[in-house]
Design a protein around this ligand. Structure first.
Ligand SMILES: [Fe+2]
Length: 361
């Protein structure tokens, strides 16, 4: 180590290296379905991890299970929600000393793993691999405690979050807690999950925040109608936005930067902007562009953390140096809308602009 370098590898990075797994960084990955993975000795199957958005609070764990294969069971003190990228299978979940419950799933399902409960995944297909992604706060928890026995071998049973006595835990559809906030533990197909309109962000945007398995990890599903794009905006790092339906593209740029990075948005692309990095979603298809977001605790949870999104939102458009800021359509580089119009024209998609004042994740 040179005298000027105070940086040490994080516990999360050392954990990933010990797993023998690739660690992907940057602001986006174009296709989780084809992301190269490595053999995974600890649980079986193949695995990769992410460190997107230059942060280590929220990370993704991408896992593939071979045909008729299974992963070894595990439990852990980080929160985890599984989204099925391709294939079909089942997860068995139980608390130590209690009977098991099994949830069957297929592509586009979303399943919460209750905190520190045992879970084991199976591939039900005899000839196709299945691939899932876990959105987790693993990186944060491993860095915080830097003791893998504590994280992966802790006997505490969170009965307040899940127990076998709650027989319908993964069966009930759930219930609406509030406007744009739904509590559920399993969604068989998030592409058909009903969202609430979000007129504050534009009449053609809809959103549902999710509270799953009493986690403080935040999630939401958002949708942008055809012929529409969101304003460029920036906020703190950690949000991971996964395209689950439709087609479009994402523009990413730092403040003052003339050149913009463009990422194709097709199902299983993921975008996780860095701190201060502007990002902007564009729908170029004839179907709604639907996205699933994993975020750090705070804004969407049933359990308050003292954070409030609203004051930050109302400050938008006032101070470009604020952590949360959006560029209105009127003030954006005209080439941004020109590029979008050309794209729609070439695909024969009807323009639904002039745009409304949209923004957000
Ligand atoms: Fe965002």
């Amino acid at each position: 180590m040179t005298s000027g370098n105070w940086q040490v590898a994080s516990s999360y990075r050392r954990f990933v290296a010990n797993e023998g797994a690739p660690l992907y960084d940057g602001s986006a990955l174009e296709d989780l379905n084809t992301l190269p993975l490595q053999e995974w000795e600890r649980r079986g199957g193949r695995v990769a991890y992410t460190r997107l958005g230059e942060q280590e609070n929220i990370n993704l764990q991408v896992v593939e299970i071979p045909p008729r294969g299974e992963l070894k069971p595990e439990h852990h003190l980080y929160e985890s929600v599984m989204y099925v990228l391709q294939g079909r299978g089942a997860t068995t979940i139980w608390q130590e000393g209690e009977p098991k419950q099994t949830v069957e799933w297929e592509e586009n399902a979303l399943l919460a793993i209750p905190l520190n409960a045992w879970h084991q995944e199976f591939n039900s297909s005899s000839d196709e691999p299945c691939r899932v992604v876990f959105g987790t706060n693993m990186a944060h928890v491993i860095n915080l405690y830097h003791n893998l026995d504590f994280v992966f071998a802790n006997p505490f049973s969170f009965q307040d979050r899940y127990s076998h006595s709650r027989q319908r835990f993964f069966v009930d559809a759930g219930s609406q807690l509030n406007l744009r906030l739904f509590e559920t533990n399993f969604i068989p197909d998030i592409k058909n999950f009903l969202l609430d309109p979000y007129p504050e962000r534009g009449k053609r945007t809809s959103v549902m925040r999710l509270c799953m398995a009493s986690a403080s990890l935040s999630l939401h599903i958002a949708e942008i109608s055809p012929g529409t794009y969101m304003t460029a905006h920036k906020h703190g790092p950690g949000a991971h936005v996964l395209c689950v339906g439709g087609e479009g593209y994402e523009l990413l740029f730092m403040p003052g930067e003339q050149s913009r990075r463009r990422v194709a948005l097709n199902p299983t692309a993921v975008v996780s902007p860095r701190r201060n990095e502007y990002h902007q979603h564009f729908n170029t298809g004839s179907e709604p562009l639907r996205m699933l977001a994993f975020k750090e605790q705070g804004y969407s949870s049933k359990y308050g953390t003292g954070k409030s999104y609203q004051p930050a939102l109302s400050a938008q458009d006032k101070d470009p140096n604020a952590e949360i800021f959006q560029i209105s359509y009127e003030k954006e580089d005209p080439e941004i809308s020109a590029e979008y119009y050309r794209e729609l024209e070439s695909k024969g998609i009807t323009l639904r602009l002039p745009p409304l004042n949209q923004g957000g994740h």
